[in-house]
Design a protein. Structure first.
Length: 101
């Protein structure tokens, strides 16, 4: 019950980010379980579409929270999801300086 109360106390924007990130982390978990790593990276990158404009802090926070509630969300799962989300959100965050222009 406490978890639901915490969720309802979030702003609408934070809820939306958390739900979207929960989906991406879930896709990352399933993709890592079923596919080779390169194919999993492509699938997770597609799932991360729509993360443009979200702050780095919000995305990292949401990945940490979402990973608590998904069984088997290891550090590799979190890293794969975070990389895909951060690449979509801010090219500079992942060191892709070529996309700045």
């Amino acid at each position: 019950m406490r978890r639901l109360r915490r969720f309802t106390q979030l702003t609408m924007a934070e809820r939306w980010i958390l739900i979207r990130v929960l989906l991406v982390v879930g896709v990352a978990r399933a993709a890592l379980w079923l596919l080779p790593i390169q194919a999993a990276r492509r699938v997770v990158a597609r799932a991360a579409n729509g993360a443009e404009g979200d702050s780095v802090e919000h995305l990292v926070w949401a990945v940490r929270i979402a990973s608590r509630y998904l069984p088997g969300a290891t550090c590799l799962t979190q890293a794969l999801a975070a990389q895909a989300l951060l690449t979509r959100s801010s090219p500079v965050a992942c060191g892709d300086w070529r996309r700045q222009r």
